[in-house]
Design a protein. Structure first.
Length: 93
């Protein structure tokens, strides 16, 4: 793994109390992070826009790679893949 200036590795505990290391990268609007081999990346994450405390992220991955928000991934993990078509966005109340 190549870590450049401006990046940090953060220790945290996951829900199973395992100590994990998370790479934290600072990016500005329009900048990208390449996932995998730069010559043949698995995917690209782009900061699409930043408005206040909201960040829009654009994900460019092949269709055969599942990409889920963490709350959806947790539901799929506990209830099985059949739940994926039934999940609806939370209402903004």
């Amino acid at each position: 793994m190549v870590v450049r200036a401006g990046c940090a590795r953060v220790l945290y505990r996951n829900e199973r109390q395992e100590v994990r290391i998370m790479l934290v990268i600072t990016r500005r609007e329009g900048e990208e992070v390449v996932i995998g081999d730069p010559a043949h990346p698995i995917g690209i994450v782009r900061i699409a826009s930043i408005k206040g405390d909201r960040v829009r992220i654009a994900l460019d991955f092949p269709r055969d790679i599942p990409v889920h928000r963490s709350e959806v991934a947790n539901q799929i993990a506990t209830e099985g893949p059949s739940i994926a078509g039934k999940i609806r966005p939370a209402s903004n109340k």
